[in-house]
Write a protein that binds this ligand. Structure first.
Ligand SMILES: [Zn+2]
Length: 225
């Protein structure tokens, strides 16, 4: 009853197409769930993500749930997730991809899921990392640990070491460092981000994660541009 009244004044809309949701729909309407441009990379053993990172970073497997299209449904979803506080989108999409990945042998031996982090200042400003819910639900689906204390986003200035690294990674202007690396020694980790475009961010992450011993890395993102 109360929920009906709330819905009357604040009708729930689909976060992709912005049409009104039916009572039995949650966050993304049934039409959008059918229309969203899935890649199916993981079902087809497609090597697109490996090719994006070719010669820069070696990975076991890589997939993206959707193909990103400007002004499309996926852009709308990522915008809502990233800038409007709709973390439920990450939760739904993590469950979606997680349910699929757990049926694929290549993803059944993932030990831990690691989200691409935000710098702590940015985290404070936004209030959340848009990758968190998506990555948590992947970890849950794959029965893997969720580790957000291993890969850390650092600043671009200060120490000489950072300056050297900054020069190396100036394609993305992003710097990361590894902490508690014993937590991932000898493990197969799934590195998770919202969007892969040039691959520069993931490349920078993989470089520092490889400071751990005998690490295998696979990748999952919400979308690929
Ligand atoms: Zn919709």
């Amino acid at each position: 009853m109360l929920q009906s009244i709330v819905n009357l004044f604040f009708p729930k809309v689909c976060y992709a197409c912005l049409e009104l949701l039916q009572d039995n729909e949650d966050t993304i309407c049934t039409n959008c769930r059918h229309d969203l441009p899935v890649t199916n990379y993981h079902f087809n053993d497609d090597k697109t993500i490996q090719k994006v990172l070719y010669g820069r970073a070696k990975i076991e497997n890589g997939t993206a749930l959707f193909r990103f299209e400007k002004k499309g449904l996926v852009q709308q979803l990522i915008h809502g997730l990233k800038y409007r506080g709709y973390q439920r989108i990450g939760f739904i999409l993590g469950n979606w991809l997680g349910a699929e990945l757990k049926t694929i042998p290549a993803y059944q031996h993932i030990d831990a899921v690691i989200p691409v982090p935000l710098h702590k200042k940015k985290l404070k400003k936004r209030g959340y990392n848009q990758v968190t819910k998506f990555a948590e639900q992947l970890a849950c689906s794959l029965d893997a640990e969720y580790l957000d204390h291993v890969l850390i986003k650092t600043t671009n200035t200060s120490s000489q070491v950072n300056k050297i690294r900054f020069a190396r990674w100036n394609k993305s202007n992003e710097l990361f460092s590894i902490k508690n690396k014993e937590a991932i020694n000898n493990k197969h980790i799934l590195l998770v981000d919202d969007l892969i475009t040039t691959g520069a961010t993931l490349e920078a992450c993989i470089e520092v994660l490889n400071e751990a011993d005998n690490l295998k890395i696979s990748i999952a993102t919400i979308a690929i541009a």
